[in-house]
Design a protein around this ligand. Structure first.
Ligand SMILES: Nc1ncnc2c1ncn2[C@@H]1O[C@H](COP(=O)(O)OP(=O)(O)OP(=O)(O)O)[C@@H](O)[C@H]1O
Length: 634
């Protein structure tokens, strides 16, 4: 697995790249919205300067002998400026919210399109990358808007500062310089704080992920039974609280750093403002400043300091956002995880077979070898059984077969062509599978089956146009023995198989409630999903009946045996009785193939297979013998 990547480094180039990317995202939602937002921001920024100059003009005019029309005009100008200053924030809020909605949709779509480009599993099994995706998701929706509004707000603050600085320059160039210089430490300190905060958030990632895990666990229906029986709730709650305490402590330390630095800076700006005011009042008493100048000076000092504070906050906020946005940009900009050939070879229908040739595999150089020099063939039209103890590497074998990973050494060949030379999506279209850890989708029964072939769900598959694919879904369900289960649900195939999306407004209607299935019932749906793509070239069955009762298992395997006949299939099961009919069985032990042969041949070899088989058979025999004894006793 890869090491935990560094948080965004926050260099100037990274920040600029982020600003450009965020603005481009905002721009691509429609140019007129950012333009409208920019204009509104400028209007807001200019209005206090305009108001201050108008006020000065009114006061100076009143002190002289003004024409009534002139003063009235100034008054109306002031009122108009006030109106604009009142309305512009509402309008700009509306515009930025609209940008935010559009950017959220767009960035989410781009993020998950990028995630979909990872055709393998390695990134999904790498916690550091998962962390990055989580942060990217958080930041992708909000950051572009936040950065856009911050950038415009920075421009607005610069306009305000510029306007007031010019005003101050007119009155006192020295004061203008002092006010400006006093703001520089704030800018520097806030940027350092924001960088430290981003680093802290990144370091807290694993802690937050663990806390989330405990939160999820404590409200999870599957975990509830064990947690209650074992009385493990207080222990798990304690662990969750420990994680929260840790993140609180780190946040507190950061807030304390911020508090002391910001307090010092606050004192500095108050001293500058107070000193300036004393100077201005003395100057007005001496007659060096008019009353209008004095009010303009007070407004300008306050305005510059306020705008500088705003500027520092905006830059800090944008900086923080950009550090997080970097995760989004990195995920979106990450290339495919599996090397896809520039000109992939077509994946024709299987004619000879699939071969693992001298395959070595480990999950990363830090992990031990999981498959060691595996040589195996699944012949076209034939079946291979794969058995072995827990952790022997069977599911990993399946992952390589579906090209979720590439071997580190050796190759997996489809009719002699290396899977690495093929497009993984095209390869997978030729494979049907029931995985050991199959999915239970919080969707309707029909969708749970139909997801096996999306063309059936969307009505694009041959034979699905007249009834939207329902006939094909039903046939697959019948094949897997799932049809009677589904028919008994309140809404048949349209029943939601979850209570997750329970609609509170509709609680009168019981049929709206989702219905959770039992483990074995879910497994039949998973099997139906595989049957829906039953015509594929390769069928992978990884423990397809582990959750079924004996009768159901027998029925399923009878059906599967008939279905597999003449089809290329791989069957993995710990129940050796179900693997025995495979034409060829391979035994994996610590990643190496230690035996191959038919069931009878392997029993004759008297190796690991025979050992495991005898233990299982003895278990059944012992129970069979025990039954009459118990019956007799009864
Ligand atoms: N994503 C992963 N990263 C690192 N190691 C892994 C990963 N997945 C599996 N392993 C390791 O690879 C080894 C083989 O696991 P695999 O799941 O292939 O075994 P298996 O034969 O299917 O076991 P079981 O019969 O218990 O299902 C195990 O030691 C496991 O810990």
């Amino acid at each position: 697995m890869s090491e935990r990547p560094e948080p965004g480094t926050g260099g100037v180039r990274t920040s600029l790249r982020g600003v450009v990317a965020a603005l481009a995202l905002a721009w691509s939602t429609g140019w007129y919205l950012p333009v409208a937002f920019a204009l509104l921001t400028l209007v807001q920024a200019a209005s206090p300067v305009v108001a201050a100059w108008l006020t000065k003009a009114v006061l100076d005019a009143i002190a002289g002998e003004p024409a009534a029309g002139y003063v009235l005009g100034l008054g109306l100008g002031l009122a108009g400026t006030g109106l604009v200053a009142t309305l512009a924030p509402f309008a700009s809020r509306y515009v930025i919210d609209e940008i935010s909605r559009r950017v959220g949709l767009l960035s989410q779509d781009r993020l998950f399109a990028a995630v979909e480009r990872f055709t393998g599993l390695a990134r999904f099994e790498d916690p550091a990358f998962l962390d990055r995706i989580r942060l990217a998701h958080q930041s992708g929706g909000e950051t572009p808007t936040n950065v856009t509004s911050s950038v415009f707000s920075v421009i607005g603050a610069v306009v305000t500062i510029g306007g007031f600085l010019v005003s101050l320059l007119v009155i006192s160039p020295v004061m203008a310089l002092v006010v400006l210089v006093a703001a520089l430490p704030a800018l520097f300190v806030e940027l350092r704080l924001s960088r430290a905060r981003a680093g802290m958030l990144w370091n807290l990632g694993p802690v937050e992920r663990r806390e989330f895990f405990f939160r999820d666990l404590l409200s999870n229906v599957q975990a509830a039974k064990e947690i209650r029986l074992f009385g493990a709730g207080p222990y798990l709650r304690g662990r969750m609280a420990d994680d929260r305490r840790e993140s609180n402590a780190q946040n507190r330390r950061m807030d304390q750093r911020g508090l002391s630095a910001q307090s010092l800076l606050g004192v500095l700006s108050a001293v500058v403002a107070g000193g300036g005011l004393v100077w201005a009042v003395l100057a007005a008493v001496d007659g060096r400043l008019t009353v209008g100048d004095l009010t303009l000076f007070v407004a300008a000092v306050g305005g510059v300091q306020g705008a500088l504070t705003q500027l520092v906050q905006d830059i800090t906020f944008a900086h923080n956002q950009l550090l997080m946005f970097d995760h989004y940009l990195k995920v979106v900009g990450t290339g495919p995880d599996l090397v896809v050939a520039a000109r992939p070879r077509p994946v024709p229908a299987l004619r000879k077979g699939i071969e693992f040739r001298e395959v070595w595999f480990r999950y990363s150089p830090e992990h031990p070898w999981v498959l060691r020099d595996v040589n195996l063939v699944i012949p076209h039209g034939g079946s291979l059984g794969l058995v072995g103890r827990n952790g022997a590497g069977k599911s990993t074998f399946v992952k390589l077969l579906c090209r979720m990973y590439d071997p580190e050494r050796g190759a997996v060949l489809w009719d002699g062509v290396d899977l690495r030379d093929m497009d993984p999506a095209e390869l997978r279209r030729r494979i049907g599978a029931v995985f050991q850890d199959y999915m239970e989708y919080d969707l309707t029964a029909a969708e749970n089956i139909g997801l096996g072939d999306v063309d059936v769900l969307t009505g694009d598959a041959p034979g699905s146009d007249s009834d939207g694919g329902r006939g094909l879904v039903r046939a697959a369900a019948e094949h897997a023995g799932a049809d009677p289960i589904v028919e008994n649900l309140p809404r048949g195939y349209d029943t939601l198989l979850t209570r997750m999306f329970f609609d509170v407004s509709d609680d009168e209607d019981d049929t709206q409630l989702g219905v959770p299935l039992s483990g074995g019932q879910w497994q039949r749906l998973a099997l139906a999903r595989a049957y829906l793509r039953g015509q594929r070239d390769l069928l992978i069955l990884d423990e397809p009946s582990s959750g079924l009762d004996a009768e159901a298992e027998h029925e399923i395997h009878t059906g599967l045996r008939a279905h597999r006949r003449g089809r290329t299939s791989l069957l993995i099961s710990h129940r050796l009785g179900t693997v025995r009919e495979a034409e060829r069985i391979a035994v994996l032990d610590e990643g190496a193939v230690v035996e191959t042969g038919s069931h009878d041949e392997l029993l004759t070899q008297d190796g690991l297979y025979a050992h495991l088989y005898r233990i299982q058979a003895r278990g059944y025999q012992d129970s069979a013998e025990a039954v009459p004894v118990q019956a007799g006793e009864g």
